[in-house]
Design a protein. Structure first.
Length: 76
C-alpha cells in the first residue's frame, strides 16, 4: 500500500498520516518495528517505540486527520 497523503512513499508496513493541528504536521507509523514518529511543523520529530496497532488507532482517533482510505478501512 502506498500513502498518497505525503510526498514520501511508504512501504507496506509504514503509514504516514497528515494531521491538522497547530503543532503536529504528521504521524508516521511502522507496524513491523512498532515505532511511531510525530513530525512537528517546525521540523522537529519525536519517536516512540513499542506502540501496537490498536494503541496507534486510539492515538489517531484523537487527532483531526485527513481522510485516509487505510484508516477508514482499518476502523470499519
Amino acid at each position: 500500500m502506498t500513502s498518497k497523503t505525503s510526498r514520501r512513499k511508504s512501504q507496506p508496513h509504514q503509514f504516514i498520516f497528515q494531521v491538522h493541528t497547530r503543532t503536529i504536521a504528521e504521524i508516521r507509523y511502522d507496524s513491523v518495528s512498532q515505532v511511531m514518529t510525530v513530525v512537528y511543523h517546525d521540523g522537529r520529530s519525536t519517536t516512540t517505540t513499542g506502540i501496537q496497532g490498536p494503541a496507534m488507532l486510539r492515538i489517531l482517533a484523537q487527532r483531526p486527520l485527513e481522510r485516509s482510505p487505510f484508516l477508514l478501512q482499518t476502523v470499519i
